[in-house]
Design a protein around this ligand. Structure first.
Ligand code: AHR
Length: 515
């Protein structure tokens, strides 16, 4: 491959990352909660039943914020079932995933767990089977200090201090046919606006995210966002986006290109939100909450099939995607897309955190380990916080066609110009610069030259790569570190020009510090 060049300028900036860009998501699905973050009786469980080994891995990932309790689950959830004495909590059928929900873990346990994980909680309210009244009661239960029935109930349950939850989702994927009590855009827009009003009247300084359509591939996409924002614009702060990258077509080049569609998706939602703002003569900017994103396809049949599961099992092992090296590359591309839209994407949640489509896997009663996708996220979360620079990239590219089906439609998206290099550059608060670089060429190494302008003298502080000759390689209980970051050798610097050679199909991190 010919030399790929990148120019970075100190003053060419996309925006500052919000810590909430490095968020994650835990849902009552499969073994995410039960057998994942919460497993009383496990040798590593603390007095609350939280797995300490899982918490240690979560802290390594450093999600600044975690969304809860769903996902599809929330659209049938009665939050009251999950608070109060455990022995009084009802067992319920969960129609989202075809399971029995024991309610042994609920809102208060989640808040405690977040404190241990060092993450801010983001709560979703049920706008499927319920509405504004249940939502404002939950908010009052969580955040009102005392002196009302709901806040005093929380205090009697053992949480004297308010939880102080700032960030709330107004339902989940309300356009999706798989959602309990799916809604049309006008219908949802009205319900969301009224719920938002009640919630902001209860506590004006909370932040609210309205549901965007459940994917760019949905027939509702575009019109849904417009209509929902026409109803909710004055009341909400964010509109949500969800994307799960897939490799159903077993076309690695298209799979690695697919995160570029996330870039387009973000740009389109920004355009719609700003056009609604313009139609209202408003200077307000709706920000984006990319509150579900990941690679997910192998176990996706479960999403529809789970309802038919016999016996209504408790915490069945569903959605347990085993991630490969190939998946980590596509995932890394998504990380770069998010960083490069830091000006408008202020919230993002890796979906999910443990066992169900997750960077952390556990064995019930056994160990916990890092999946391949753990590594790009951990690096982004650790080194990606700061000012994102606008990179000028000159890279050869390729063409791809990405297959992205939704129930009832076989969609194909043409990607006519996919640069082999995908890159984000972030300057942290102490002036160190981190490059996240994906070489999407499957056979050829990439000679890379990065010119860094407007900085004092820089030197290489660290260089790592995630690469494996077998793109199907995965980490397992017995081989937990088969795919793990290793030093990237041969990175040099002269006159603020970085020279490196990136291996084919590799994710790379290069850190430059001053001096
Ligand atoms: O994250 C898994 C599921 O994907 C969520 O429950 C839902 O919101 C989405 O369809």
């Amino acid at each position: 491959m010919r030399k790929v060049t990148v120019t970075l300028r100190h003053d060419a900036v996309i925006g500052d990352t919000d810590p909430r860009l490095f968020g994650a998501f835990v849902e009552h699905v499969g073994r995410c909660i039960y057998g994942g973050i919460f497993e009383p009786g496990h040798p590593e469980a603390d007095a609350n039943g939280f797995r300490r080994d899982v918490l240690a891995l979560v802290r390594e990932l450093r999600p600044a914020m975690v969304r809860y309790p769903g996902g599809n689950f929330v659209s049938g959830y009665n939050w009251e079932d999950g608070v109060g004495p455990r022995e009084d909590r009802p067992r319920r059928l969960d129609l989202a995933w075809g399971a029995t929900e024991t309610n042994q873990f609920g809102t208060n346990e989640f808040i405690d767990w977040c404190a241990l994980a060092g993450a801010e909680p983001m709560l979703a309210v049920n706008l499927g089977t319920r509405g504004g009244d249940a939502a404002r009661n939950l908010l009052e239960y969580c955040n009102h200090p005392q002196g009302t029935a709901w806040s005093d109930l929380r205090r009697r349950h053992g949480w004297a201090q308010p939880h102080g939850v700032k960030l709330w989702c107004l339902g989940n994927e309300m356009d999706a046919p798989w959602q309990m009590e799916t809604k049309g855009a006008h219908e949802y827009g009205r319900v969301a606006a009224e719920a938002a009003k009640l919630m902001k009247w209860t506590q004006p300084d909370i932040e609210l995210a309205a549901c965007g359509s459940s994917g760019r591939n949905m027939p509702t996409f575009g019109g849904w966002e417009e209509t929902v924002l026409q109803h909710t614009f004055e009341h909400v702060d964010y509109i949500s986006l969800h994307t799960y990258l897939n490799n159903y077509a077993q076309d690695t080049e298209a799979f690695l290109a697919s995160s570029d569609l996330m870039d387009g998706f973000i740009d389109e939602v920004v355009a719609i939100a700003d056009s609604v703002g313009a139609s209202k003569q408003s200077g307000k900017r709706i920000m984006l909450s990319f509150d579900e994103w990941n690679v997910w396809y192998r176990t996706r049949g479960n999403a529809e099939g789970a309802r038919a599961k016999p016996g209504w099992p408790v915490a069945p092992p569903i959605l347990e995607e085993i991630y490969t090296m190939r998946d980590a590359l596509a995932f890394g591309g998504a990380c770069i897309s998010l960083l490069n839209h830091a000006d408008r994407v202020k919230v993002a949640c890796l979906a999910q955190l443990v066992n169900a489509i997750a960077p952390i896997m556990t064995e019930t009663g056994g160990p916990a380990w890092r999946q391949t996708i753990f590594h790009p996220f951990a690096q982004m979360s650790r080194f990606g916080r700061g000012r994102v620079l606008r990179a000028e990239i000159d890279s050869p590219g390729y063409q791809a066609c990405y297959y992205d089906p939704v129930p009832g439609a076989e969609l194909r998206f043409a990607l006519p110009a996919v640069p082999y290099l995908k890159l984000a550059a972030v300057e942290d608060p102490v002036g160190a610069l981190t490059l996240f670089a994906l070489n999407r060429h499957l056979q050829e190494p990439m000679p890379l030259e990065v010119s860094v302008q407007g900085y004092g003298s820089l030197s290489i502080a660290q260089a790592q790569q995630l690469q494996h000759h077998d793109l199907d390689a995965a980490n397992t209980r017995d081989e937990p570190d088969k795919v793990a970051p290793a030093p990237l050798e041969g990175v040099t610097m002269d006159a603020n020009r970085v020279h490196a050679t990136l291996l084919p199909a590799s994710w790379n991190l290069i850190r430059l510090s001053s001096g």
